[in-house]
Design a protein around this ligand. Structure first.
Ligand SMILES: [Zn+2]
Length: 118
């Protein structure tokens, strides 16, 4: 598996992801929170995600059933990752936090119906 590094905008928070392929498991969610963030996420098992530095700059937001926990940087405000409601053993990351990466026209982005659980 490849190690992939990501940062928030101010680079206080640095994380590492292990994945066979970067361009898999991309999705957007239509719940009321994700719509306002307008992010493309990638989910993975939590053992393949690690905060390398800056965990003291992370703050989190929980709402509704308070199962999912959404993390963002308290300096730059960028959402980095969250613990998933539908499977708390999974982490989703903000794919635009990944270093030297941009979504391409060939990437498949699934739409998840999180609004059903709002
Ligand atoms: Zn930051």
């Amino acid at each position: 598996m490849n190690s992939i590094i990501g940062h928030c905008h101010c680079k206080k928070i640095k994380f590492k992801v292990k994945a066979n392929s970067l361009s898999q498991n991309f999705y957007k969610c239509d719940c009321s929170l994700c719509k306002k963030k307008s992010i493309i996420m990638k989910f993975l098992n939590k053992e393949n995600f690690q905060i390398i530095s800056g965990d003291n700059f992370l703050i989190s937001y929980k709402w509704n059933k308070k199962i999912a926990e959404h993390f963002f940087c308290k300096i730059c405000g960028v959402y980095t990752h969250h613990i998933r409601r539908r499977d708390p053993n999974q982490i989703s990351i903000n794919v635009e936090c990944i270093d030297d990466f941009s979504i391409s026209e060939h990437d498949i982005i699934e739409l998840v119906n999180g609004s059903a659980y709002d």
